[in-house]
Design a protein around this ligand. Sequence first.
Ligand SMILES: Cc1cc2nc3c(=O)[nH]c(=O)nc-3n(C[C@H](O)[C@H](O)[C@H](O)COP(=O)(O)OP(=O)(O)OC[C@H]3O[C@@H](n4cnc5c(N)ncnc54)[C@H](O)[C@@H]3O)c2cc1C
Length: 389
Amino acid sequence: MHALTEERKLIQESARQFAMERVLPLANRLDPEKGQIPRALIDEMAALGYFAILIPEEYGGMGLGAFEYCLVAEELSRAWMSVGSLIARGNNLISTLKYLTPAQKKIYLPRMARGDYLGAFSLSEPNAGSDVANIACRAVRAGDHWEITGSKYWCTFADQADFILVFARTDPQVDPGARHRGISAFMVEKPRGQLPAGCQGSVIPKIGYHGWTTWELAFDRCRVPATHLVGEEGRGFYLASVGLETARAHTAARSIGLARAALEDATAYAKERNQFGRAIGDFQAIRFKLADMATQVEAARALLQAVCAKIDQGLRCDTEAAMVKLFASEMSERVTSEGLQIHGGAGYTTHFAAERHWRDARLTKIFEGTSEIQMRIISDALLGKAVAP
Ligand SMILES: Cc1cc2nc3c(=O)[nH]c(=O)nc-3n(C[C@H](O)[C@H](O)[C@H](O)COP(=O)(O)OP(=O)(O)OC[C@H]3O[C@@H](n4cnc5c(N)ncnc54)[C@H](O)[C@@H]3O)c2cc1C
């Protein structure tokens, strides 16, 4: 295993304790009833600095890197992936840091670091999923405001967030050769617990990732002050891409947390459950499954730590970030499925968390770029871009 510094060990241990003592009991209670992550827990996370890990110290953040961010994400996701995901709603939503003006940084970052200003991310649309450049939602300048009109899809946390980072087309002329141009990003502020004025929405029924809701949004001349444009007009696509390495590492960390949960739960169950007069953990079929699961988790973590080290050194690693996202999420689905199998019929009930780990791991192959999209990135690096997109 990658050597952890003393500081990192402390961060890991503290996150582990918080996850197992505070998050896990809530996950076990709230996931089956599709309840919301309580605000009190979010406040505890804020007090621990979990929304501030990547925010520079001068803005009240912890000034740490992707390595620490992923350490915490793995621990939280071991208890509940939704909570492991929640930290991305602070931490400057990763991508925006480079593009905020000094004035915007002063306004937003200290509040975000304190957990008082958490965001939702609204990039996807009904017809812009993997093909993000197909964004059709429009923003039109009206004096000192912009007006956003159009449909967005899959916006997680839209209701509970303090703002939604919305990507919309500001240039109506779509260049077929460069469709990613002409898209801009806006901080759409809103009261917590409501959607913004000029925006209606409905909750998308999901099979997992409970604890918060994911929304279909319809913007109708939603007014945003001109000062809430993030980065340069027409260059929002770059903003969406710049944080992808860290975002993909974060998804890998979440996948690893889930797989570790499956491994730990299955190991405990294998010691307790007796059949044929002995613990099922005595059967080689079960022992070898656990051995294989543990090996896969370690392999994914080693790759993740190597990728995080590169990110933190400022080295470009988009291909490696795609590799770890692909490897860890595919691993997580396999390992959580085996975890469920080791529980036998009990694994197919909601009495055990094995099914939650499995349902949530399934999602890691889809969001933050599907496995197929990661393979496309990796194969493009090997072969050059394919002629057919
Ligand atoms: C629970 C959940 C929460 C989400 N939260 C958010 C959020 O908060 N904010 C946000 O903006 N988005 C969010 N998303 C959206 C997510 O990022 C998209 O679902 C994802 O990018 C895939 O897009 P799609 O669902 O439209 O699938 P599609 O792009 O329609 O893909 C369908 C299938 O085709 C494959 N495919 C597509 N293009 C290619 C290609 N070129 N080569 C090979 N295969 C291809 C895909 O891999 C997939 O298997 C969320 C999604 C889910 C499910």
